[in-house]
Design a protein around this ligand. Sequence first.
Ligand SMILES: *Cc1c(COP(=O)(O)O)cnc(C)c1O
Length: 435
Amino acid sequence: MLNYVKPVTFMKEDAYWIRDQVKQHTKWFEESLPMIASENIMSPLAKEMMISDFHDRYAEGLPGKRYYQGNIYVDKVELKCLELARKIFKAQFVDVRPISGTVANIAVLFALTQPGDKIATPELASGAHISTAPFGAVGLRGLKSVHYPWDYKNWNLDVDATIKFLQKEKPKVAQFGLSVFLFPTPIKELQDALQEAGCTVWYDAAHVLGLIAGGKFQDPLSEGVDIMSGSTHKTFPGPNHGILIGNGLKEGVEAKLQKAAFPGVTSSHHLHAMAALAVTLAEYEIYGKKYARQIIKNAKALGSALYDMGIDVVCPHLGFTESHTLAIDVVKYGGGAQVALDLERANIIVNKNMLPGDTSSIRPSGIRVGTQELTRLGMEKGEMEEVARLIYRVVVKKEDPEVVKKDVWELKREYTKVRYCINDGEEAYKYHELV
Ligand SMILES: *Cc1c(COP(=O)(O)O)cnc(C)c1O
């Protein structure tokens, strides 16, 4: 380890205070049940990459064609990263330079559209992400957005109405993918209509990238999607980063996407995260299928346990979910904002979420819950049933969260190690002491 100097003067107090807050946060999460559907924890080996010297360097351009010197090993790692991603996603085109899912989305918009073009997206209240909302990246690019007709009962787009909608609207780009992504998008069923309308088909896989990489949920590229963007830190348990993946792209589109990635939306592309992504991809080749399968099993088990306790998990007629996510209507228990706050007091971390028909994102009727992180810590069906009971005690029984918190820790203390990775069993919340 590096030789850090011990604090000697008060001038350093702020810096140490900040570090102390981060340590307290880490301890809090060790004692908590983290169930935000967009989060995950990295493997010890991937985490090591994040504090490596890669972080301190720049690399612009593509491996072998850099603008800076000093990239001999960076190039080797990036080529390996691309090779692993092509293999896992069965794709010809991969770019690992966008530094987040939103940045990947901006690169797609930059490459495929001109200001004034028409884009079809799901609506926010249908579970879409802010980056594809008119006040997000789509608006930033000056696009005109139209929204798919939605089937709220089945938490998916309405296929028949969408076929007619595509014939009428003929958007330049048809974008799919959600932040409350319960069921696969029926792309195969829409493929003819999409082709007739002449749309470029873009699938935002931010939430479900790890499921897709594990051969679950759906395989967008084989179903007719041209370009897939994603975050690499949600169900895919890598670093906070982004990725672009494509197959059979039209002449010139790959080059446009690469130019959009750099110099369009990045300068250096966070080499430490790129290396951590490469490590996670390598580990995923071994453990990904098993992990993805267990995430979905756990989500279904949690959904049905909560439902059996009288809690309104959406879509019981469809088995609640085919992904890592559950959407739960908690209106009768005080609404999403209050329930999420009560659960936080018991160290169960979830977020409030809009449900169909909601107009306020501040006071929505639902919460969103994800099983990807608890799965990564080794939890299975039995533990999901225990988690459901803890949620029930806070949400329905209105038990004192401080009391429930103790039982949360009783359960969680057995699940503080990272699974589905090479150093299986290492502490997930290990804090690297520098001083
Ligand atoms: C989370 C999310 C993003 C953005 O990802 P970041 O990596 O946080 O920038 C984009 N699209 C969807 C559908 C998401 O859920």
